[in-house]
Design a protein around this ligand. Sequence first.
Ligand SMILES: Cc1cc2nc3c(=O)[nH]c(=O)nc-3n(C[C@H](O)[C@H](O)[C@H](O)COP(=O)(O)O)c2cc1C
Length: 325
Amino acid sequence: MSLLLAPMEGLLDFVLRDALTRIGGVDRCVSEFIRVTNTLLPARVFYRVVPELRNGGLTLSGVPVRPQLLGSDPACMGDNAARVASLSPNGVDLNFGCPAKVVNRHGGGAALLDEPDLLLRIMSAVRRSVPTEQATTAKMRLGVNDDSRAVECAQALAEGGATELVVHARTRADAYRPPAYWSRIADIRSAVQIPVVANGEIWTVEDAARCRTESGCQSLMLGRGIVSNPALAHAIRGETDGLPWGSLLAHLATFWALVCQTQQRRQKAGRLKQWLNFLRRTYPEAQDAYMLVRTIHDPQAMDEWMRRAGWLESLPHKTGLGKPI
Ligand SMILES: Cc1cc2nc3c(=O)[nH]c(=O)nc-3n(C[C@H](O)[C@H](O)[C@H](O)COP(=O)(O)O)c2cc1C
C-alpha cells in the first residue's frame, strides 16, 4: 500500500509539501504541473517548481517528489521529460486531468482524454526519453464530458509505457463536485496490467476504506483531505487518531518561516490563510484563528499576530529548500 500526496497547483507547492511530509505517512509526492508548450524549458524552471531536485529529488524529510509535466505535443513532451529526468528525480509524471479552460484550450490536461491515440503518442515519447530506471507515471480523470472512454484512455497510457496510473474518479465536467466514482477505477484496474492508484474525495479514514473496497486499489492519492487533516495518511495506516492542535502549531511555525523565506511579499499572508482555511474542517482552533487573521494582508502584521498568539514560540524544524526571494 502506498499513500501519495496529490499535485495541487497554487496550493500544494514545495512549502506545503515540506510541512505535510514532515508530519508524515506519505510515501511519495507529485509536483504541481509544469506547463510544456513548444519550447525546451531551462533547468531553472524545473528547479523553481521542484526545488527538491536540489536535494536528490527528496523533501527535507526524505520523501521523493516526482515532477509533473502538462502538454500535448509528443516530441516536446519527450524532450522536456528527458531534461527533467536528467535532474535525477525518481520519475516523471504526466497530467491528463487538469480541467482549467486556459489549459484545455491549448489541448492540454483533461482535454486529451477525448484523444486516446494522442495519449499513447505522448506517453510513448516520454517513455522513450526517460531512462528505464526512472518511472513514467500518469494521472488521468475519467473523461471529458462522460466516462465512456475511461478504459480506452487508461489502456493507451499503459501501452505507451506508463509504469503506474493515478485515476481521479471524475470527469472534467464533474470538476470537483462530489461524489467521486471509485467503482469506475475498478473497471480500469481490471483492464490494465500496471499498478493503479485511486484518487478523489478521500477526506477521512472511512472514505479511504470505502474507496479501497469500491476501487479495489490498495494505494491512494490524497489531496484536499490531507491538506485539511495533515494526520490523514498516518490515520489511514492506523498509526494515530489525529494530530493535536498543539503539535500542529510547530509545523505551522515552520511553514510560516519557509513562506517568509521563499514567497513574494504580497503572497505571504495569503499562503497562511489558505492553509488555515483548509484546516478549519478539522480544527476549531483553525476556524477561530482564520476569523481573526482573514483581514490581515501585511506579512509583518501576520507575523506579529502569530507571535502574540504564541504560535512562533518553538521553531524546531530546519527549513532550507527553495530560493529566498
Ligand atoms: C487547487 C487544486 C490544484 C490542482 N492542481 C493539480 C495539478 O497541478 N496536477 C494534477 O494532476 N492535479 C491537480 N489537481 C487535482 C488533484 O491532484 C486531485 O486529483 C483532486 O483534488 C482530487 O483529489 P482530492 O479529492 O483528494 O482533493 C488540483 C486540485 C486542486 C483542488
